[in-house]
Design a protein around this ligand. Structure first.
Ligand code: SF4
Length: 422
C-alpha cells in the first residue's frame, strides 16, 4: 500500500460526513479531483482566489471564492479542505488556521495524497530564444534536441501510474515548446484515457494545428507574453507579435467552441518595458477573450546562471540583458529567496523526465552536467531516482543560497495585480 493509500481511507470517511473542497482550481487541483473521483469520493467543489475570473464550473463542480469554506458556520458541518497549490500552500494553510481549521483534521496539503509530481518534457526544442531562458545562452539541454515518440510517452505514463497511482495531472513541458510535437493531441488523449489531465505551456508562435490540440482537451494551457506590440519581441526574442496575437484569438475561440472548461492562463512577464500600457492592454484583451491574466515579475530561469551568479561567475550576455530589464532585480529576488531558505524544497517532489527519457536531478536547471540522475527513466525505479536525488551535490550548492525558494519568491511578489512588485 502506498503512503497516499493510507490517507485516502480517512478522506473517504470524511467525505461521508462533511463537504470536501479543493483549494486551487488549477492543474494540481483538477488532477486531485480527477483521482478522488476515480476512487468514488464525492467533492463539493473548488475554491480559488481567482474564482471570479475562472469558469463557474470545473469538472462539473462549482468554483467559489475562499469565503465559501472560510465562512462556513454551524449548523453546517465544517468543510474539509485539500490544498492544491504549489507556491501558496503555506499562505493558504495560514488562512485556514486563522479561521479555526486544524491541520490533518480539517485540511491537508495535496502532497499527502500525491507525494510525487511529474513533468514530462515531450519536446526538446523551442522556436524562440527568450532573453531570460537558458535557450538564449546555452547549448541544448539534456541530450541532443528531439521529440519523445508517442510509444515512449505511453510507456513512461504507464510506469508513472504503476509507481504513483494517485497522479491525476501531468505537466507536458519544461524547456521545450510542446505544440511543436505533431502527436501532441494523441499524447493528451492517451493521458486522458488513463485518467490523467495534461497541462501545456506555449509561446503560441508556432503554426500548429491548434484545433486538433484543443479538441484533444488539455486541461490547462499557459500562454506566455511579455509586452504589447513591438515590445512583445524584446524579451520573447524571435517571437512575432502579429502571429502571436492571431493564435491567441484563435485559441480563445477554439476553447469556446470545443473545450470551455479548459483553463487558459496568460502568464504575463513583467519587465520594465512591459509594465503600464502593455499590461493594461493585456488586461483588456483577457477580459474580452475570457482568459485569466496572471502578471508576474519576470526572473531569470533556469537556475544554472543564477547559481553561477551566486557563486561569483558572470551572467551570459542574454541573461545580463534580461537582468537589466527586470522589475524586481536579481539581487532583490535572491534576497527574498534567501529569507525562505529554511523551507523545504518543493521541487524535490517533482520528477522531471526529458524527451529522451533521461531524468533530471532538478527541473529548474537546464544543463545536463551535474543534473542527471538516470539516462533512462524506464530502467530505474522511482525509489532509486528519489534516493539519488536526495543525495545530490547540486542541491547542497543550490539550497545554500535559498535558490529552491527563488521561483516561489518571485511568484509571491505580485500574485494577481502585477502592481505590488517593488
Ligand atoms: S535544492 Fe535546488 S537543485 Fe535541489 S531540487 Fe531543490 S531547487 Fe533543485
Amino acid at each position: 500500500m502506498t503512503d497516499a493509500a493510507h490517507i485516502l481511507e480517512p478522506v473517504r470517511r470524511i467525505a461521508a460526513e462533511r463537504p470536501i473542497w479543493i483549494w486551487g482550481a488549477g492543474n494540481q487541483g483538477r488532477g486531485i479531483g480527477s483521482v478522488l473521483r476515480k476512487q468514488g469520493i464525492e467533492l463539493s467543489g473548488f475554491v480559488d482566489q481567482a474564482a471570479e475570473r475562472l469558469a463557474s464550473q470545473v469538472m462539473g463542480l462549482p468554483v467559489r471564492l475562499p469565503a465559501a469554506v472560510l465562512d462556513a458556520a454551524p449548523p453546517q458541518p465544517r468543510p474539509f479542505v485539500i490544498i492544491a497549490s504549489w507556491f501558496f500552500e503555506a499562505e493558504i494553510a495560514d488562512r485556514l488556521q486563522a479561521a479555526g481549521f486544524v491541520e490533518s483534521e480539517d485540511f491537508i496539503g495535496y502532497a499527502r495524497l500525491k507525494p510525487v509530481d511529474y513533468s514530462v518534457d515531450i519536446v526538446g526544442v523551442c522556436n524562440l530564444k527568450c532573453l531570460a531562458c537558458p535557450r538564449a545562452s546555452r547549448a541544448p539541454g539534456p541530450g541532443k534536441q528531439g521529440l519523445m515518440p508517442l510509444a515512449t510517452f505511453r510507456a513512461v505514463l504507464d510506469k508513472i501510474l504503476t509507481e504513483s497511482p494517485f497522479v491525476g495531472n501531468l505537466q507536458l513541458y519544461q524547456w521545450g515548446e510542446p505544440v511543436l510535437h505533431p502527436q501532441l493531441p494523441e499524447i493528451i488523449e492517451y493521458a486522458r484515457e488513463r485518467g490523467v489531465l495534461c497541462a501545456i505551456s506555449s509561446n503560441l508562435n508556432a503554426d500548429a494545428d491548434y484545433a486538433r490540440i484543443v479538441a484533444a482537451r488539455p486541461e490547462w494551457l499557459r500562454i506566455s507574453a511579455s509586452g504589447w506590440g513591438d515590445d512583445y519581441e524584446i524579451a520573447h526574442t524571435r517571437g512575432h507579435w502579429p502571429r502571436f496575437i492571431a493564435h491567441l484569438r484563435e485559441v480563445a475561440r477554439l476553447r469556446r467552441a470545443l473545450h470551455p472548461s479548459m483553463k487558459i492562463e496568460l502568464y504575463y512577464h513583467l519587465y520594465r518595458h512591459s509594465l503600464g500600457e502593455g499590461l493594461e492592454r493585456f488586461r483588456e484583451l483577457c477580459e474580452e477573450l475570457g482568459l485569466e491574466l496572471r502578471p508576474i515579475p519576470a526572473y531569470l530561469i533556469s537556475l544554472d546562471d543564477v547559481l553561477g551568479y551566486c557563486e561569483g561567475r558572470s551572467l551570459p550576455e542574454p541573461a545580463r540583458q534580461a537582468a537589466e530589464r527586470l522589475v524586481v532585480s536579481l539581487d532583490d529576488g535572491l534576497a527574498a529567496a534567501y529569507q525562505q531558505r529554511h523551507l523545504a524544497c518543493d521541487v524535490l517532489r517533482c520528477v522531471n523526465i526529458n524527451w529522451d527519457t533521461s531524468v533530471s536531478q532538478c527541473m529548474l536547471y537546464y544543463d545536463s552536467a551535474d543534473n542527471s540522475v538516470a539516462p533512462n527513466y524506464l530502467d530505474v525505479s522511482l525509489e532509486q531516482i528519489q534516493a539519488r536525488r536526495h543525495r545530490a551535490e547540486l542541491c547542497r550548492r543550490c539550497s545554500r543560497f535559498g535558490l529552491h525558494r527563488y521561483c516561489a519568491s518571485y511568484a509571491q511578489m505580485a500574485p494577481n495585480s502585477g502592481v505590488s512588485a517593488p
